[in-house]
Design a protein around this ligand. Structure first.
Ligand code: C2E
Ligand code: MG
Ligand code: MG
Length: 707
């Protein structure tokens, strides 16, 4: 008794005593209070029910025979009020009144005690009853918990009797599946719900169980009606002994949502959220699969790596949202150009990878070039037109590697090489790729010293004014003479200077040197306009306009003699900034020329809204002007539009007289190119000016001396 008691003592339980006989009530109360219970009492049935409803005691001691509402009626009423809480009700019956005992249980009593009361027995019974009802409560709660867990897990237990094929369920599986009233009473009724495509698999699993297989595990689609399809998982275990061997007991779970979430998680783990392209991991998997499929067969697979140069600038200038938008547009264009077996991925913030599959390598490469061409077409962010500067590298199977990771790494190396060499695109050649790459790195370190060691100098290329036949200006062209490598082309090293962040210093040096030279020529009476190239980085320096003015002041150069050349794509990268800066430069007397015009992709009309003085037509058009009508049409269009805006039109790269004639006939005002003179030193320009005659024009014959 003491053990039982101590188990219950931790909590003071409230008991209700119901008896019309006051002395019995008092005695009961005294005994139970001595045991440490809190006791409340009622002298009739109605008060008892009332008290119960208010106080919710843990146990009721209830006399059967009472005037008015008797003990059975009170018991039944209390059970109603109690619902599932399982309060313990001990009835006090007359001795040996078996009929009363039966009625008591029927009314919902937990136990009974006969009168006259055996007091020792009473307290024991009270403890037992309390403990039993606590256990009952726990069992009930566990059941509830289990049912709700089953509900949450969308799980139903089942039992399949192999002897008669019948199914028994712990809950209605129809409710779980959202079917109204469709009992699934045997295996055949269940089979009728299985998706036709999964039926043979389901039958096979069932057959195996019948043939003695112990474990069942199968995932099936249930086809409930045209629009509803659910995915369910069945697991079961055949009974081990006796009659149980004819039973398969298991669980049935609706895993539709779970699988959907899983595939979403999978998707998110392998895809870039912004562009919805695959990520690096997914891309490598796709390349691996493709390589596997190609195994031994003819065909090329190209992996390309595309990088957007200085992408952060777009974010800074247009805002991150516009930056994101640009990335998604680029991704969209990429996807549009891919075939069904091909893939694209976002492998870095502003880096993308593509996989192209083609019959041969050359075609794959040509397609990659076309794809890049597409990506370089202008993007519109609202009204704003943006041209992205891309560098790319590519590596191919089978020529360069046959491993997905290696191909991607080679493509990335090739892209980096393209970046340092200032080329739009490089195709990997593994044998020499490493060597070329380290050469590029060596160039980077050499450039760090070049300015201090005075390895830079300027050459000047003359420009001829076609109307007057006189030299009108020169373009200052940077040269780097390395002690071992000799002369290095600016097309090679200027992009490296940009990437290294050295272009600011070198560009400053070029400006100072060119302005000094312009002043010297002005002082000798042969004022030549000097064209100076501006690089992307310089163009974006915060105070370029102020810096150039200071240089002009320091070198004493007339701003009118300076023509700053910027490229079309540079201006288009950030048109608002470009317009502001160009306006400032022009306001201070300098001229602006758009260099290499025609190779970018911006619209002519748009560009012409810029404050500029001259357009330099790209060499590519000049080269074909004698043979290609398209080139002529472009040159003519530029001339017409330029003339209407009062711009000078300079044709670059004029090498032959014939080209010069065509160019002149198309209305171009000035020419620059080897025909007039290669880039040369300032002294050589002096010499050229002294005895310059326009090519193709006979110099006057020497005067004949009179005999
Ligand atoms: P660019 O500004 O378009 O310069 C014209 C390029 O065409 C020069 O190449 C010049 O030598 C070349 N060229 C001129 N006439 C002919 C010709 O008749 N036929 C052929 N085939 N080529 C001709 P260069 O000097 O190698 O310069 C290449 C580029 O490097 C320049 O293109 C310019 O973008 C850049 N660059 C040169 N100097 C500087 C500089 O001081 N600063 C910056 N930022 N870039 C520079
Ligand atoms: Mg130029
Ligand atoms: Mg040019």
């Amino acid at each position: 008794m003491s053990r039982l008691k101590s188990a219950e003592q931790s909590r003071i339980e409230r008991l209700l005593i119901v008896d019309d006989d006051r002395p019995t009530r008092h005695l009961l109360k005294a005994v139970l209070e001595r045991e440490g219970f809190e006791v409340i009492e009622a002298g009739d049935g109605v008060t008892a029910v009332d008290l119960f409803a208010r106080e919710r005691p843990a146990l009721v001691l209830l006399d059967v025979v009472m005037p008015g509402m008797d003990g059975f009626a009170v018991c039944a009423r209390i059970r109603e009020l109690d619902r599932d809480d399982g309060v313990a009700i001990i009835m006090l019956t007359g001795a040996e009144d078996l009929g009363a005992i039966r009625s008591a249980f029927e009314a919902g009593a937990t136990d009974f005690i006969t009168k006259p009361i055996n007091w020792t027995l009473l307290t024991q019974r009270v403890y037992y009853a309390l403990r039993a009802s606590a256990l009952n409560r726990e069992v009930r709660q566990n059941r509830l918990r289990e049912a709700s867990a089953r509900h949450i897990a969308r799980l139903v237990f089942w039992e399949w009797s192999l002897s008669d094929n019948r199914l028994h369920w712990s809950d209605d599986p129809g409710r779980l599946l959202g079917l109204d009233e469709r009992p699934i009473e045997d295996a055949e009724a269940f089979m009728a719900l299985v998706h036709p495509e999964d039926r043979s698999r389901a039958r096979r699993a069932m057959r195996l169980m019948r043939e003695g297989e112990r474990h069942l595990e199968v995932e099936l689609r249930l086809y409930l009606d045209e629009s509803v399809e659910r995915l369910v998982r069945l697991v079961g275990e055949r009974g081990a002994r006796g009659a149980d061997t004819n039973l398969v007991i298991g669980a049935f779970q609706d895993v539709t949502e779970m699988r959907r979430t899983e595939s979403l998680v999978d998707y998110l783990a392998l895809h870039d959220e912004l562009t919805e392209l695959g990520n690096r991991r997914f891309f490598l998997r796709q390349v691996r699969e493709r390589l596997h499929a190609l195994d031994g067969q003819a065909g090329a697979l190209l992996v390309g790596w595309v990088d957007i140069a200085r992408f952060h600038r777009y974010n800074e200038a247009l805002g991150e949202e516009a930056g994101d938008w640009l990335l998604t547009r680029l991704a969209h264009r990429l996807m549009q150009q891919l075939g069904p077996l091909e893939a694209a991925a976002r492998v870095g913030g502003d880096e993308f990878a593509v996989m192209l599959v083609d019959a041969d390598l050359e075609e794959a490469h040509a397609r990659f070039e076309r794809l890049l061409f597409g990506l370089r077409q202008p993007y519109f962010v609202g009204e704003q037109e943006c041209v992205l500067t891309l560098t790319a590298g590519a590596a191919c199977h089978p020529d360069h590697a046959s491993d997905a990771k290696q191909l991607l790494a080679l493509a990335q190396d090739a892209q980096q090489l393209a970046r340092v060499q200032g080329r739009p695109q490089v195709l990997a050649t593994p044998q020499i790729n490493g060597a070329r790459f380290s050469e590029a790195l060596a160039m980077e370190s050499a450039l760090h010293l070049a300015l201090d060691q005075q390895q830079f100098f300027l050459l000047y290329q003359p420009q001829l004014d076609l109307a007057s036949g006189r030299l009108r200006g020169v373009e200052a062209l940077l040269r780097w003479r390395h002690p071992h490598w000799g002369l290095v082309s600016p097309a090679h090293f200027v992009p490296i200077l940009e990437n290294l962040g050295l272009i600011g210093d070198v560009g400053h040096w070029v400006l100072v040197e060119a302005c000094r030279q312009a002043r010297r020529w002005a002082e000798t009476g042969s004022a030549l306009r000097v064209g100076i190239n501006l690089s992307v980085r310089q163009f974006h320096e915060a105070d370029l306009c102020g810096e150039i003015q200071r240089i002009l002041a320091e070198t004493g150069c007339d701003p009118q003699l300076i023509e700053l050349e910027i490229t079309e794509s540079l201006a288009m990268q950030d048109p608002l900034h470009a317009i502001e800066l160009l306006s400032c430069l022009r306001k201070h007397g300098m001229k602006i020329a758009i260099d290499d015009f025609g190779i970018g992709h911006s619209s002519l009309e748009y560009l012409l809204r810029f404050p500029i003085d001259a357009i330099k037509i790209d060499q590519a058009f000049v080269k074909h002007v004698t043979t290609d009508r398209g080139s002529r049409a472009i040159v003519r269009a530029v001339v017409v539009m330029g003339e209407s805006l009062g711009l000078d039109i300079i044709a670059e790269g004029v090498e032959t007289l014939r080209q010069c004639d065509f160019i002149e006939a198309l209305g171009v005002s000035e020419v620059q190119g080897y025909l007039i003179g290669k880039p040369m030193s300032a002294d050589e320009i002096d010499a050229l000016m002294r005895d310059f005659t326009r090519p193709g024009v006979e110099s006057p014959p020497p005067e004949k001396c009179p005999p």
